[in-house]
Every structure is written in structure tokens, then in C-alpha cells.
Design a protein around this ligand. Structure first.
Ligand code: ATP
Ligand code: MG
Length: 402
């Protein structure tokens, strides 16, 4: 009997342990909101697949993960940080909605913490509770001052005690998880990202995944002229990105035969532009096949000679599909900071031979003349080879579960 009672108490306690999540796009209304919440909850489930919890509930524009094991705090934190659309989250205990219950829960949580200054931040969603947020802050604050003789600091406290009053219950905690914000993966449309194993394209892809875009990947390689390492690096990068994206597809394209035709027929200073043109066109064809309406690249204005505005113009001249370039206006340092933060930087700086740079001459054209490029293009008529090349594309699924 004793054992049973113990288990009962244990589960009761576990039921009161939860994580309260705030999502990011607060302006969402009506149908949009339930669409958003549906994807958001699915993504949370996927991210938490190896961690304990009893259920996930949507309540008053908040998501509750109920019945968690507080001892796994760090693992929950790691997984939830990767959920796109998450603004912040708190590990909370649920208590009855009265001042005594709130005070005793607060005190039991903080009694072993070391801090000298604190504040209480209350949010009251449930307006039926007789006290305003400010009242609760003052009542709880005063009882902490009385019991522990600590000081209040509103601007820079060591400890910020969070109280949320939602649907007849009080939720209390102090551990904050900060997310990337944005929109849930899969809530948006598809896009096809041109991915190399460089620093930029993984960051560009992440930024659009963060906006809920379902990002698929296309990688061009020159095997066997370049080593297989570039493909392996790309896979390692996608393993890392799938931590955010949950799963994605990689389409690998052998570009060497096309590159050889370009190198044979075109002056070397235009090679890079033509390689790039071919990549765009083939990507557009694949996108059409997959019913995808946009490409993504890591291009950045003025970063290298091939990325002047007129060269970007010349390279994308051949395609009708929109090309999203989320890094266009960013500084290298800003891009590197994101790459480090999302964990792709370490992989990107590993040595590799890129299909474009491997063959690049010392002096690529920095400002392509559009008419010249168009004339050369007419002469070499690369399009005739693209359809055949599509047959040689291989697809691979990469997912968080591996
Ligand atoms: P990255 O760091 O992403 O490689 P970069 O600054 O090195 O970019 P480039 O190598 O000139 O710039 O490439 C510009 C963009 O073209 C890349 O961001 C990527 O989107 C695309 N790209 C380049 N190489 C490849 C490739 N081998 N396969 C697919 N896309 C590529
Ligand atoms: Mg590169």
C-alpha cells in the first residue's frame, strides 16, 4: 500500500510539473492560429521524441507540456530551443489559484537557490482572479522579503520569478528557455536551397526554415574530379540543420559533364558565371518537378568577385523562378555568428573542394556584360543536356531521428 501511495504522489507531482511555451507570432488570428498551433505542436512532439512527458495541451495561446521530469531540464531546453516559432518557455509548477498556495510554491522553489536580488513578474490571462498582476507581484515579493530578507531589483535581478495565471491555475517558475522565434517548420511553402558546404548557404537555409519554409536541398558536385568530401560535408551540415528542420531531402547533382562543356567552349573568366547559370537552371527544372516555387542561395552582395550585382543578374537571367537571398545585406561577421550559433560553422570550415571554386581561374569576371553572356549562351546551348542530367539526380532523406 505504501509503495502504491508513493507512486500516486509521485505522479501527482509529475502532473504538476510542466513547461509553458509562448510562441512568437502573436498577431496570428483565427484559422491561421490553429494552423500554426497544429504544426507547432507536431514539431514539439518530434523534438521531444526521446524525453518523458504526459501530454501536450494548447490553452489560451500557450502550449503546455504536462507531466515532465524536472531532472531532465537541460535536455528539454536543448530540444525546445530548436523548435522554430518558439519565443520563450518556462519550466513551471502548477498550483491552485490562491495567494497561500502561490506563496508556498514560490518559497519551495527558491529556498535552496543562491541570489541576493530578485523580482516577481506576473502575467494574468485569467481575469477572474481577484488580484491584478501588480497585486500578485507585491504580495509575493513582500513575502519573500519577509522570509529571506532579499532585495527587490526590477531592472537587473539575479532571479526573476515568473508567475502566469491561466484558466484557474497559477504556474510558477524561474528557468527561461529562449528560442529563435519565427514560424513552425512546415507551416509555410516549400523552397529549394542551393547548398554547398561553405559557411553561407547553411545559414541562408536556416533563416528561411526559421520562417516556416519547408526547405529541400540541392547540391552540385564534380566527383570524381573533386573528392567525395564535399558531399559528405553537405550531409553533415544537413544532419545539423535537421535538428531544426526535423527532416529534409538532399538532391545531389553530378555537374562535371556540364562543367567540362563550359570549360571547353567559354573563356575562363566566365566559367564561374556559367557554372552558376547551369546550377540555377537545373535547380529551376528540379523545383518545377517537385512543385516548388522558389530557390534559396547564400549569395551576398559584394562578398567575392562572382557576387557583384551584375554577376548575380547574369547568373539568374536564365531562370524565371524567384531566388531568395536572405544574406544579401549581411556582413560576413553576422553570418559567421549565426553559423556558430546553429552549429554549422565547425563543419563548414573543414577543408573541401567546391565544384565551382575547384576550377576557378585567378581572375574571374567581376562585372559580366549581360549581352556577351547571352551570346555565349546561345552558342553553347547547355539546356539540351539538362533533361538528361535530371535523370542522374539522386535523392536522400536526412532526419533528426537518425
Ligand atoms: P557558400 O559559403 O554558401 O558556399 P560562398 O560565399 O562560398 O557561399 P559561392 O561559392 O560563390 O559563395 O556560392 C554562392 C551560392 O551559390 C552559395 O551560397 C550556394 O547557395 C550556391 N552554391 C555554390 N556552390 C554550390 C554547390 N556546389 N551546390 C549547390 N549550390 C551551390
Ligand atoms: Mg562556396
Amino acid at each position: 500500500y505504501k509503495q502504491e501511495r508513493y507512486h500516486q504522489l509521485f505522479y501527482q507531482q509529475m502532473n504538476n510539473q510542466c513547461i509553458l511555451i509562448h510562441y512568437h507570432e502573436i498577431s496570428l488570428k483565427g484559422d491561421n492560429r490553429s494552423w500554426f498551433e497544429k504544426h507547432f505542436v507536431e514539431n514539439i512532439k518530434a523534438q521531444l521524441h526521446s524525453l518523458p512527458y504526459k501530454k501536450i495541451k494548447v490553452l489560451a495561446a500557450r502550449i503546455f507540456i504536462i507531466g515532465i521530469d524536472r531532472d531532465c531540464y537541460e535536455e528539454y531546453e536543448k530540444c525546445l530551443k530548436n523548435v522554430m516559432g518558439l519565443k520563450n518557455a518556462y519550466v513551471m509548477s502548477r498550483s491552485d489559484l490562491n495567494v497561500d498556495a502561490i506563496n508556498s510554491e514560490v518559497q519551495s522553489q527558491i529556498k535552496d537557490l543562491s541570489f541576493s536580488t530578485f523580482r516577481v513578474s506576473t502575467k494574468r490571462q485569467d481575469k477572474n482572479f481577484q488580484y491584478t498582476s501588480q497585486d500578485v507581484n507585491q504580495i509575493v515579493g513582500a513575502s519573500i522579503v519577509a522570509a529571506y530578507s532579499k532585495k527587490v531589483s526590477l531592472d537587473n535581478p539575479d532571479l526573476n520569478i515568473i508567475i502566469e495565471i491561466v484558466n484557474g491555475k497559477a504556474y510558477i517558475g524561474y528557468r527561461k528557455i529562449i528560442g529563435y522565434g519565427g514560424l513552425p517548420i512546415g507551416a509555410g511553402e516549400k523552397a529549394l536551397s542551393l547548398i554547398s558546404s561553405g559557411i553561407d548557404s547553411p545559414v541562408a537555409s536556416f533563416l528561411l526554415a526559421k520562417r516556416g519554409v519547408d526547405v529541400h536541398y540541392i547540391h552540385f558536385h564534380s566527383v570524381p574530379s573533386t573528392s567525395i568530401q564535399s558531399i559528405n560535408n553537405v550531409k553533415a551540415i544537413l544532419m545539423q540543420l535537421s535538428k531544426y528542420q526535423i527532416q529534409c531531402s538532399l538532391y545531389s547533382v553530378p555537374l562535371l559533364s556540364i562543367q567540362e562543356k563550359i570549360m571547353k567552349n567559354i573563356s575562363s573568366k566566365y566559367w564561374v558565371i556559367f557554372f552558376r547559370k547551369a546550377m540555377y537552371s537545373i535547380s529551376e527544372l528540379l523545383a518545377k518537378q517537385l512543385n516548388i516555387n522558389a530557390l534559396i542561395t547564400g549569395e551576398n552582395v559584394g562578398q567575392v568577385a562572382s557576387q557583384t550585382i551584375s554577376n548575380i543578374r547574369a547568373a539568374s537571367d536564365a531562370v524565371n523562378i524567384p531566388v531568395l537571398r536572405p544574406l544579401a545585406g549581411m556582413n560576413k561577421e553576422e553570418i559567421v555568428n549565426i553559423a556558430e550559433d546553429i552549429g554549422t560553422y565547425e563543419i563548414s570550415i573543414k577543408p573541401y573542394e567546391d565544384c565551382c571554386s575547384f576550377f576557378v581561374p585567378k581572375h574571374p569576371a567581376t562585372s559580366a556584360n549581360l549581352a556577351d553572356v547571352q551570346n555565349m549562351e546561345k552558342a553553347i546551348r547547355l539546356e539540351q543536356y539538362y533533361e538528361d542530367l535530371l535523370e542522374e539526380i539522386t535523392e536522400e532523406r536526412i532526419s533528426i531521428y537518425e
